[in-house]
Design a protein around this ligand. Structure first.
Ligand code: COA
Length: 176
């Protein structure tokens, strides 16, 4: 059955775009955007796994009912990327915005909303991997306070290196 969207589903707005929590009826749209925008693609079961386990941190951007972007994340427990301690880390698994909708602040809104959700899951810091050649994404992350922590040699299947980028989640940074 089609799931009708309600106004209360809207987490944030960016112009005419609405940031909402992903629902399974948008799976095909999100997988299409993932395939269009990124070489790292996943089986549908992986998207559903993240949605079922971290639903508040799997978000979409919509305009007039059309999905134009998404972010999906998970929470991991392990060694901090910011210091020597065990901590809960919010991990951005994938983020993408369709080419015709970029540079309008959509990824910024998705990432900020995901950070807030991950804090609700107990995350104390954020982490992500990004291709060293991906200047747009690196610029986005730096603008939001992420720092390059280390280079992960040959992280991607085509041999490209990744930057591991991380930032601390402050208690009071929701509205920044
Ligand atoms: N060149 C330089 N800086 C860029 C940029 C570009 N092409 N795109 C974004 N930025 C930086 C800018 O600082 C920008 O702020 P500004 O527009 O005020 O200058 C800031 O990021 C925020 O941009 P925003 O509009 O929120 O990002 P977006 O909605 O265009 O989405 C990506 C950014 C990276 C998600 C999008 O380009 C994309 O989907 N790329 C392909 C998928 C991908 O690489 N995902 C990341 C994998 S780690």
């Amino acid at each position: 059955m089609e799931r009708l969207s309600k106004e209360e589903d809207v987490i944030a707005t960016v112009g005419d775009y609405k940031i909402k929590v992903f629902s399974a009826d948008k799976l095909a749209d999100v997988m299409r955007i993932n395939k269009t925008c990124l070489p790292e693609n996943y089986p549908s079961s992986f998207f559903i796994y993240l949605h079922q386990n971290f639903p508040k941190a799997f978000l979409i951007a919509e305009k007039d009912g059309e999905v134009v972007g998404y972010i999906m994340c998970r929470v991991e427990y392990g060694l901090s990327n910011m210091g020597i301690k065990l901590t809960r880390k919010g991990h951005v698994v994938s983020i993408a915005v369709m080419p015709g909708h970029r540079r309008k602040g959509i990824a910024t809104a998705l990432l900020r909303a995901a950070e807030k959700a991950l804090k609700e899951y107990g995350a104390k810091e954020m982490m992500l991997e990004v291709r060293v050649s991906n200047t747009p994404a690196i610029s986005l992350y730096k603008k939001l306070g992420y720092k390059e922590v280390k280079v992960l040699k040959r992280y991607y299947s085509d041999g490209e290196d990744a930057y591991l980028m991380a930032k601390e989640l402050e208690e009071d940074d929701d509205e920044k």
